[in-house]
Design a protein around this ligand. Structure first.
Ligand code: AMP
Length: 214
């Protein structure tokens, strides 16, 4: 049984690495943000409770988040373990988590702010089919035009320097104390997330003593 938390700023490849870990080691990938988005899209009672908070970019209250995490993990469909992303986001959530579950490792994907800015500000989205582009790593063949549907490529409204600075400041302010709590229990592995996705994945496996030959 393997139970991991993965942390990292937006654009650090957190979702990608969580998915790769889940596939390679039969873990259940729990994304708290995805659970909330599902509820909003499906107009549930919980969705109605969190919709405004999420749209404003604020954090949902701890009680609600903790009950969502507990309900999800109480399904016990994670025979081989889980990797949870987007949680915990503050010390209270971290303490709740440590009281309820024993964790085998906390993966912290590290990326300098300048690199996050470079990546996020070069991100483009097709306004028609929603496909992701990146003007550095995945350029469209014709400028500003989707290769697949010909739609116009646009920037997400919150991918601008001011909003990004706010998100980065929030991330550093709220997650630094969380990492400190985990570090006291010696759970933390720090990973240089500026490398290719495979190199990052191999480093995570190496540092967590996970077999790479599967
Ligand atoms: P994410 O996809 O992880 O960026 O989460 C999307 C949104 O869901 C956040 O902006 C918050 O409103 C909410 N959310 C997700 N995880 C948490 C959490 N651990 N604590 C509070 N709010 C959360």
């Amino acid at each position: 049984m393997r139970k991991y938390v993965i942390m990292g700023v937006q654009g650090s490849g957190k979702g990608t690495q969580a998915t790769m870990l889940a596939e390679a080691f039969d873990l259940v990938h729990v994304s708290v943000g995805d659970i909330f988005r599902w509820h909003v899209q499906n107009h549930t009672k919980l969705g109605a409770q969190v919709r405004r908070t999420m749209a404003g970019g604020d954090l949902v209250g701890d009680d609600l988040v903790e009950s969502v995490v507990r309900t999800r993990l109480d399904q016990h469909d994670w025979n081989y373990g889980f990797v949870i992303d987007g949680f915990p986001r503050n010390p209270a959530q971290a303490e709740f988590f440590l009281e309820s579950y024993d964790i085998d490792g906390v993966i912290v994907l590290e990326m300098p702010d300048a690199e996050v800015e470079r990546r996020v500000l070069s991100r483009r989205l097709c306004s028609q089919c929603g496909l992701d582009y990146n003007l550095i790593a995945h350029r469209p063949e014709e400028p500003d035009t989707c290769d697949v549907c010909g739609g116009r490529l646009v920037q997400r409204p919150d991918d601008n320097p001011e909003a990004l600075r706010q998100r980065l400041d929030d991330y550093h302010r709220s997650t630094a104390p969380v990492i400190e709590i985990f570090q006291r229990k010696e759970y933390v592995v720090r990973i240089d997330a500026t490398r290719s996705r495979d190199d990052v994945f191999h480093d995570i496996c190496r540092q967590l003593d996970l077999p790479l030959d599967r």
